[in-house]
Design a protein around this ligand. Sequence first.
Ligand code: NAD
Ligand code: WQD
Length: 340
Amino acid sequence: MAKQRVLLTGGAGYIGSHTYLALVDAGHEVTILDSFANARQSVIDRLGRIIGTEVDVIEADVRDAHALGAAFAAGRFDAVVHFAALKAVSESVEKPLDYFDVNIGGLTTLLRVMDAHDCRRLVFSSSATVYGVPDETPTPETAEFRGMNPYGQTKIMGEQILNWLSASDPRWAIGILRYFNPAGAHGSAMIGEDPRDIPNNLMPFISKVAKGELPKISVFGDDYDTPDGTGVRDYIHVEDLARGHVLSLARLFESGEGHLVNLGTGRGYSVLEVIAAYKRASNRDLAYEIAPRRPGDVPIYVAAAGKAADVLGFRTEKTLDEMCASSWAWISGPHSGGTD
Ligand code: NAD
Ligand code: WQD
């Protein structure tokens, strides 16, 4: 595929930083735009060390039309991959306006600036959370929207905005990617998921227990209608996920049309299976206890993965054991948990 100039909003974050490396590896010229609201400054230096050259980065808020306009005037981007968003479900219930402001206000601001600069190729981070509690598992892209919380609602609304925009003007080509549960870290162990507070998500929580920073894992419910009673999720290695964005971008330029796909493996693992896999990877004894169900949790999320294979040629390559091993290499290594 031809080299493109790509603006990566939220490119200093967990998925964005891995996608940065995948895009650079594919030959693209990439600029990161991030407010560092949920990222460390040092990730830029570490990305630079991995690729062996300086990283082009703009510190700005995606709601700042003026800063975005200046970035587009200087960068003359062919496409945008838009990660910048707030993503903590429980926080979204407490502070819904923050979520609508950043996730929706940020999106519409970005779209207006893109339009003004004749840039109409966009890859958008959506989420399996748009399915709420789905009727069907594995869940196909045709399943209906079910908003469960303000965060999920922002992803539904974001998709709807993009669909109306595409319908209004055929020059837009937008790839909507619904991620299942991203996990793991880069093979270099120099970047990975690095929450500043106590993690909400399972794999980063387990990693901190393995490291000895947290005492034990709470397993949220063992009475679901699943094989061992604990919640089942479709964990996808973040490097596979990153590659999905490269394929999505290529498809937008080849076809001139948008697409909507799940990005998952099509296989689910229970909480207890993930703990067992992490034990193997870390060679640590991981203490856990069965705790009450977490409010709003879904019993099973597994992707129907066929459409991404058909439309993008996307197939995952990495296993749950590789997710755990890379997570452990990252979290037990010298580059995670910085203070910046
Ligand atoms: P992350 O928090 O690590 O990355 C988001 C990045 O956006 C951070 O670097 C943050 O500093 C930046 N950001 C936040 N607000 C900003 C603003 N106003 N202006 C500019 N930058 C801003 O999260 P992530 O896990 O990498 O998620 C990336 C995207 O994928 C998000 O849109 C998220 O909703 C979506 N997503 C994530 C998951 C997941 O489980 N991690 C699952 C499905 C979808
Ligand atoms: C996975 C499983 C928990 C923590 C969330 C968001 C979703 C998406 C990804 C962005 C569940 C169980 C967890 C713990 C546990 N984000 N668990 N103990 O809930 O699938 O999805 O993150 O779009 O929107 O809702 O991911 O990693 O939090 O939970 O037992 O300490 O692990 O109950 O079954 P989830 P998760």
